[in-house]
Design a protein around this ligand. Structure first.
Ligand code: GLV
Ligand code: MN
Ligand code: MN
Length: 409
């Protein structure tokens, strides 16, 4: 059998093959053919490690090692396996692969836990296909109703349910999971920033995760001919949207305290070079470690957008996602630090500026996260890279932690 580090590399390399944009980063949208390929690989490995595999009505994957205690809650370990458009190989898969290898160590050492161990691979964390994000985790704890899930569609109008069926998934399977079936949740993720690399520390124990929101702004104007409509008679939706967007960095700076605002997605309609745009839809992602600043920035953004109304311009704003900043479980944090020390793996405390499934699950179970360094602090781009030796370190820490949490012999 290959060494732990080599197995990790093999998984990462294999999963990264499942991209819609070969040579231009990982594009693995939820319920796409690439999702199906990655899903088949993950399920195959779960089977090889002796786990009982099932999917829920969202397509989340669970691989379970039963415990000796009847009807006992599981210790869950995992992350997501979707990607942003043209992202990297590690955001999500690193955590799924680490979880698989924890199960691999349970199998290798013939460990029988008292509480079950469950490896999880979650869908649509990024929201790249259906918007919002954290869909798999929000769905599984009942924060996303069946009705709301069914009403979601991608940019081509394909609904979640249609897309699931297209790759052979069954949306009628049970969706919600009783929080009483979860004892703890552990997630490894790449840091996606420069701190650990700069400090030369291989492991970050995550203390807290930023609060975040995602807004969708729709600006409507009047379409017209680019050559014949005088400049003072136009209601150009793109000019209005550009002026709004141009003021957002200043608004973030004014709010301060690390508040960040990003417009990462923008669609212009009808998108013809000689047509005055009559509609623009764009996303606004707002984050801060303190909820007060997220809320202030949301109000200021709404006021800014409304201030452009008039002269044929109308705007509406929809909130697709809102999550408060979350502190991760103190007991799990301590346990992760103790295990790192026992294994003589250097670590430090760190906060997360990215959103993670653990922030959803932390309201329902004891959740903890580890970060590993990201090369040059880069993520959400093809250059994203982390050292498989660091993933292996996290696997060893999680293995020891899981042995304790599952009360294994
Ligand atoms: C996920 O990567 C997020 O932080 O939006
Ligand atoms: Mn991400
Ligand atoms: Mn992620």
């Amino acid at each position: 059998m290959l060494e732990l580090k080599e197995r990790i590399e093999q998984h990462i390399d294999q999963i990264s093959e499942y991209t819609a944009t070969p040579g231009r980063g990982t594009t693995r949208l939820t319920y796409s053919q690439e999702d199906l390929q990655a899903r088949q690989y993950i399920k195959k490995k779960m089977n090889e490690y002796g786990l009982q595999v099932r999917e829920d009505g969202f397509g989340n994957i669970f691989g379970k090692l039963e415990g000796t205690l009847k009807d006992a809650p599981s210790v869950l370990i995992g992350s997501h396996f979707d990607s942003v458009p043209h992202g990297g190989s590690y955001d999500g898969p690193a955590g799924v692969v680490a979880a698989l290898e924890v199960a691999g160590l349970f199998a290798k050492h013939n460990v029988t836990p008292k509480y079950p161990l469950e490896i999880v691979a979650l869908v649509e964390e990024e929201g790249a296909r259906f918007g919002g994000g954290l869909l798999g985790s929000r769905g599984m704890v009942g924060l996303l109703s069946e009705e709301d899930f069914n009403s979601l569609a991608d940019k081509d109008g394909i609904s979640t349910v249609e897309a699931m069926r297209k790759i052979g998934l069954d949306p009628s399977l049970p969706k919600q999971r009783d929080p009483g079936t979860m004892k703890a949740f552990l997630e490894l993720h790449i840091e996606q920033g420069p701190i650990l690399e700069e400090k030369k520390i291989p492991i970050g124990v995550v203390e807290a995760i930023v609060g975040l929101t995602q807004l969708e702004v729709n600006v409507k104007g009047q379409a017209g001919h680019a050559g014949t409509t005088p400049m003072d008679r136009r209601a150009d939706a793109l000019v209005a949207a550009s002026n709004m967007i141009g003021q957002l960095p200043g608004l973030a700076a004014e709010e301060g305290k690390g508040t960040v605002i990003t417009v990462g997605r923008l669609n212009v309609f009808p998108n013809g070079a000689n047509v005055i745009p009559d509609e623009v839809v764009f996303s606004v992602d707002i984050r801060s470690g303190e909820e007060e600043h997220v809320l202030n920035a949301i109000e200021k953004t709404k006021a800014l957008i409304q201030s452009f109304s008039g002269n044929g311009i109308q705007s509406s704003i929809e909130q697709l996602l809102y999550i408060q900043p979350k502190e991760l479980n103190a007991g799990i944090r301590t346990l992760l630090k103790e295990k790192s020390e026992a294994l003589e793996i250097p670590y430090c405390s760190i906060n997360s500026g990215a959103g993670h499934d653990a922030m959803v699950l932390s309201d329902y179970t004891e959740a903890g996260m580890l970060f590993i360094p990201s090369k040059n602090g880069l993520s959400h781009c093809p250059e994203e890279w982390s050292d498989s030796e660091d993933i292996a370190r996290a696997v060893r820490i999680f293995y020891e932690t899981a042995l304790q949490l599952t009360e294994a012999e």
